[in-house]
Design a protein around this ligand. Structure first.
Ligand SMILES: [Zn+2]
Length: 151
C-alpha cells in the first residue's frame, strides 16, 4: 500500500508551538508562569529556586560564619580572572581549618572579620593565616604594595 510520507517537521513544529504557550503553576509562589521560567522537570520556578539558594546560603553563613570567609577566599584563588589566581596564590585550607582560625582569633568579637595572610606572598595555609579586622587588613595590603613598588 502506498503511503504519503509525512514531513517530520510538521508534528514537531506544532508541538513546540504548543509547549511555548503552555503555562505552569509554581509550587512555591503559586503564580502561573510560562514554561521557559522553569528548569526542566521542575515544579518550582527559576526565581523561587534562586531565592531558595540565597536563603540557604544566608542560613549557612549565620550558623557557621567562617564558611563565608571560606567561600570568598576560595573564589579569590580559583576564579581564573582573579588577580590571586593569576599570581598563583593557592587556597589550601579546609572548612575545619577556618573554624579553628575563627575561634582561635575570636573573630566573633571583630566588627568585620577578614582573613589575613601573614606573609602576603604566601598561600592560604594554616600557619600563614589569621583573622583580623578588615580595616587593618586593607592597611596592611596598602603598605605591602608600597613596599613592593618602591623597595
Ligand atoms: Zn515561584
Amino acid at each position: 500500500m502506498y503511503q504519503i510520507a509525512q514531513p517530520l517537521w510538521s508534528v514537531d513544529f506544532f508541538c513546540m508551538l504548543d509547549i511555548s504557550n503552555k503555562m505552569k503553576i509554581c509550587k512555591k509562589c503559586n503564580i502561573e508562569k510560562e514554561y521557559n521560567e522553569f528548569s526542566k522537570h521542575r515544579n518550582v520556578c527559576r526565581q523561587c529556586r534562586r531565592e531558595e539558594s540565597y536563603a540557604s546560603r544566608r542560613k549557612k553563613y549565620k550558623a557557621r560564619p567562617w564558611t563565608k570567609t571560606f567561600d570568598t577566599a576560595y573564589k579569590r584563588c580559583n576564579a581564573k580572572t582573579h588577580n590571586y589566581f593569576i599570581r598563583g596564590i593557592k587556597f589550601l585550607l579546609s572548612e575545619q581549618d577556618l573554624k579553628f582560625l575563627w575561634q582561635r582569633d575570636s573573630a566573633d568579637k571583630l566588627k568585620k572579620p577578614s582573613i589575613d595572610r601573614i606573609n602576603p606572598r604566601g598561600n592560604y595555609e594554616l600557619d600563614n593565616c589569621r583573622m583580623i579586622e578588615l580595616t587593618a587588613n586593607i592597611k596592611r595590603k596598602k603598605a605591602d604594595r608600597w613596599q613592593t613598588e618602591f623597595f
